[in-house]
Every structure is written in C-alpha cells, then in structure tokens.
Write a protein that binds this ligand. Structure first.
Ligand code: FAD
Ligand code: AMP
Length: 478
C-alpha cells in the first residue's frame, strides 16, 4: 500500500487543481492524479480548460479579432496597416505556447502549495482507496480519507458525423487547423460552435452553422439573443436554425453533410466540419462497480448541493456533475468541497454563475431572462441601454449591442443581467455581484460609474428600469 492522504483529487482541470490547492492551503495532505498527455508527450495539468478549451480558444479568438480589426477597422481610425495577412501556423504555435506555459504553471502551483502530483489513471476502488495505473501500466493503491472526483467531460459524438482524422473534427481538432478552410461547417450553434465558427469566419472561411433547435441561444434573454444573431449574420456566419444533421459522407477532401429543415432533406458540402453538439461527463471506469456512488444514465455523478456523492467522504465536482459545464463553476465547487473537507461551512450560489460567449461582440449573462421570469409568474420591470448611445463605445469603434437589467417589479431586486457588447464578459461581474448581494436596480442606478467606460451602459440600463436613463429618450409613463 502506497502513501495515505487526507484528500485525493482525481483530475487536474479547473475543478480538480483548484480543489487540490485549496485543500493543501487548509493544511490537508493532498494528492492530485492526472492522466492527460500534452503535445510534448508528458502529463499536462489544467484539464480541458487549459489544454483544449477556454484558454486556447480565447487565444485564437483574440488573434482572429485583431486580424479583422487590422484589416477592416484600422483605416477608419487613420491607421494605414497595408496588406494585412494572417499566418495561421504562427497563430496556432502562439496558442500552443500559451497552453504550455499555463499547464506547466499548475505543476509549479502544486509544488508551491505542497500538493503531491500523481501521474496516471485513477479509479476509486473503495470509499477510501484510489488505484492509479501509471503510464507504464503499473498499478498502485493510495489511501485517502476523502476523495474528490473531478474527471471532467469530453465532446459528444453523433452517429451521423463520425470523426475522421482531419475532415470531420470536434472542438479539439478545430483548434489545430493549419490553414483556413474555404468552406467550414459547424454543427451546433451553442457557445463553443459560435466561438470556433467566429474564429475561422474572421480568417476567411465561409461558415455555415447547422442547429437543430428552432430558436437561437434559448438560454439568453430574447432581446439580446436576437441582436446577437443579427450581428453574427452581418459578420458572415450563416446560421441555419431548425436544421438537424442526419448524415455525412467523406468524398475525397470534402465532406457532404445531409440535414433536414422545414423544407425537407438537403445537402451541403464543406472542406472541414466541426461537430460541436455538446459535452458529456467523462466518468466511465472512474468508479468501481458496487461502491454505491450513483451515476445517472448520461454518466453524471449524482451529488447534492454541496457536491457530496451518495458515499460519505467521496465528492464530485465540475463537468462530471449537474450544472453548467463551465470552468469557473468547477473551480468554485472545488473550493467549496475543500473547505467542507477542512471542516468549514461552505456553499455555492448556483443562481449567480455567469456565462460568456467570446464572440465579437461578447455575449454575457447571469440570472433570469425576462422570458424565464414571466414563465415563473414573476412580474418584472426591465431597463436596456444600447452601446450606440455610449461615448466610450463610439471611441472604441464598438457601438453594437446593448445591456439589459431585469428586476422584480415589486421589490426592485435584480433578477438578471444580459449583455451583448464589447467586454460584456468583464461587465457581467457587476450583475453577478448584484445577484450575490441581493441588490436592487436602484442600488446600481445610485452607484457612481467611471466615465467614459463601457460599464456605463449597465448603469444606464439600471436607470432605465425606472425610465430615467440619461443618454436615451426613455421616460416611462407614470
Ligand atoms: P476538465 O477540465 O475536463 O478536467 C478533467 C481532468 O480530469 C482532465 O485533465 C482529465 O484528463 C482528468 N481525468 C479524467 N479522468 C481521470 C482519471 N480517471 N484519472 C486521472 N485523471 C483523470 N468554460 C468556461 O468557463 N469558459 C470558457 O471560455 C470555456 N471555453 C471552452 C472552450 C472549449 C473549446 C471547450 C471544449 C470548453 C470550454 N469551456 C469553457 C468549458 C471548460 O473547459 C470546462 O467546463 C472545464 O474545463 C471543466 O473543468 P473540470 O475540472 O470539471 O474538467
Ligand atoms: P451546446 O450544448 O451549448 O454545446 O450546444 C450544442 C448544440 O448542438 C445544441 O444547440 C443542439 O441543439 C445542437 N445539436 C445537437 N445535435 C445536432 C444535430 N444532429 N444537428 C444540428 N444541431 C445539433
């Protein structure tokens, strides 16, 4: 029997590595097991987020956005940039360098905090035992008073579009294209599909997004979703709603995709196809049978509000449990669980988790949509403010979009904030804080915002709840 730990964390993604660091900071003897093999053939920490998710996608989104700005927007500002070209291979190499820096950084953080990093594939074999098979196939068993499963998720594959080496790829493959495909298909108009579609659209691909649902971004407030759809269409993304992909055929270097819409069956040919139809928990084999740790049909580990599984001392967090598949949600759960194991009282507010789509402009939201509130029978009052009326937005060449505040009509409490606009992902923190602190719309309206900032649109939207926005004709009838 190998070492005994207070806590063993399985998986070093943003859920697991944060849980491990926090547990060690609490004075608990902690180990974290990871099996991800990076591009250099060595174990890499950071999970989906750092290796093939949040960070690499943002590296490509930022580079491709700067390319568009330099090519199309600089001239208007008086900047003569000449014939702007994109070196795709260099862009991908920069992304790889960022990934390597960050994943290597986690190993450094483990060392600094006294977390023991174990390399290999872990399996919970008893409520206090974890078996780890290392890269050479040798198995060792570790004892732990507490186990945290943070095994994450992997892309969903669908039978109509089996992945190929380089023609039909998932989100991971779409971060590796070495040149811009001429015709690019994206299946799924979710967060990841829109972000990856945007990257390659900006670099010159003709992008068609096929989405089975008949509504666009149903989780976002309708007004914001509608505006986003219009803006992405203007940029050249051809988003086909109500288009369910039913088959595909690889023909030489092309892929012919069959889909059904309201008019019947259709075909469309692409040079590359990205399948972005969601993610599924990666829990197969993580838990030995018969331990009493319950998984649902889709593989999510069943947990309570504090991430306890059905077996005392075993916790599960992040993408492998219910709730939004987001890195910050995984990390918050990791900290909560470490605190609970250390004997502290801890809980999470699942109603105040922000979401961001890093298109341009960004889309960000937290809390209820107007339609959610109405469906729940809550009377609301709302205030919106367009960036077209913001001085800073004009200076930034970013006048598209709007901020919207949704408040309870009786109590004025902020129920939601939904924004489409440049830096919406930064601005949404104000909505999160408003929800956490139980603020009223008036609290936001009475807050002094720096001028000129994009955030002033949030201030104005809060003022608009009572019809008092300053830079907009919006007086409400009394
Ligand atoms: P993961 O990050 O998936 O980590 C799980 C880790 O566990 C992996 O390293 C895996 O190798 C390891 N593991 C699994 N099983 C075992 C085992 N048996 N033994 C040892 N190790 C094991 N989220 C955001 O919040 N913002 C974004 O902008 C964003 N962008 C994204 C873009 C893309 C393209 C993708 C694919 C995802 C994006 N996400 C984003 C989602 C985000 O990456 C995930 O929500 C997040 O990584 C989940 O963290 P996690 O720790 O639960 O799991
Ligand atoms: P998300 O779960 O946010 O990553 O989004 C995935 C999207 O893919 C959802 O909006 C699904 O409706 C969509 N989707 C799933 N299967 C198909 C399919 N066969 N054809 C088109 N869209 C699909």
């Amino acid at each position: 029997m190998a070492d005994k730990f207070d806590v063993i964390v399985i998986g070093a993604g943003p859920g697991g590595y944060v849980a491990a660091i926090r547990a060690a900071q609490m004075g608990l003897k902690t180990a974290c097991v990871e099996k991800w093999i990076g591009k250099d053939g060595k174990v890499a920490h950071g999970g989906t987020c750092l290796n093939v998710g949040c960070i690499p996608s943002k590296a490509l989104l930022e580079a491709s956005h700067k390319f568009v700005e330099a090519k199309h927007d600089f001239d208007d500002m008086g900047i003569q940039a000449g014939d702007v070209q994109m070196d795709v291979k260099k862009m991908i190499a920069r992304k790889d360098k960022i990934v390597k820096n960050l994943t290597g950084g986690i190993a450094g953080l483990f060392k600094a905090n006294g977390v023991t990093a174990i390399e290999g594939t872990a399996k919970v074999t008893a409520k206090d035992k974890v078996e780890v098979t290392d890269l050479d196939g040798k198995a060792s068993t570790y004892e732990a008073s507490n186990i945290v499963i943070a095994a994450g998720s992997v892309p969903v594959e669908i039978p109509p579009t089996p992945l190929t080496d380089d023609l039909i790829v998932d989100s991971t493959g779409a971060l590796e294209f070495q040149e811009t495909p001429k015709r690019l298909g994206v299946i799924g108009a979710g967060v990841i599909g829109l972000e990856l579609g945007s990257v390659w659209n900006r670099l010159g691909s003709e992008v068609t997004v096929l989405e089975a649902l008949d509504s666009f971004l149903p989780m976002v407030d309708t007004a914001i979703a509608k505006e986003t759809q219009k803006l992405l269409k203007k940029q050249g993304l051809d988003i086909k709603l109500n288009a369910r992909v039913t088959g595909s055929e690889v023909k030489g270097k092309e892929v012919v995709v069959k889909y059904e819409d309201s008019e019947g069956e259709k075909e469309i040919t692409f040079d590359k196809l990205i399948v972005c139809v969601g993610r599924r928990p990666y829990t197969k084999g993580v838990v030995a049978d018969g331990l009493g740790i319950e998984l649902d049909q889709r593989g999510f580990i069943h947990v309570d509000d504090q991430c306890r599984t059905s077996v005392p001392g075993v916790y599960a967090i992040g993408d492998c449990v219910r709730g939004p598949m987001l890195a910050h949600k995984a990390s918050e759960e990791g900290m909560m669980v470490a605190d609970i194991i250390a004997g502290h009282k801890a809980q999470m507010n699942y109603d105040a988790i922000p979401s961001v789509i890093y298109t341009f402009p960004e889309v960000a939201w937290v809390g209820m949509t107007e339609q959610d509130a109405k469906a729940a029978g809550i009377k609301v009052k709302t205030g919106s403010f367009p960036f077209a009326a913001s001085g800073r937005a004009m200076a930034n060449n970013a006048t598209e979009g709007q901020a919207k505040v949704i408040a309870d009509a009786e109590t004025d409490r902020v129920l939601g904030m939904h924004i489409v606009g440049q830096h919406a992902g930064e601005m949404i923190a104000q909505g999160v804080i408003a929800l956490e602190f139980g603020s009223s719309a008036e609290d936001l309206a009475l807050t002094c915002y720096a001028h000129p900032t994009m955030s002033e649109a949030v201030h104005e939207a809060a003022l608009a709840v009572e019809g008092h926005a300053i830079h907009m004709a919006n007086r409400k009838k009394r």
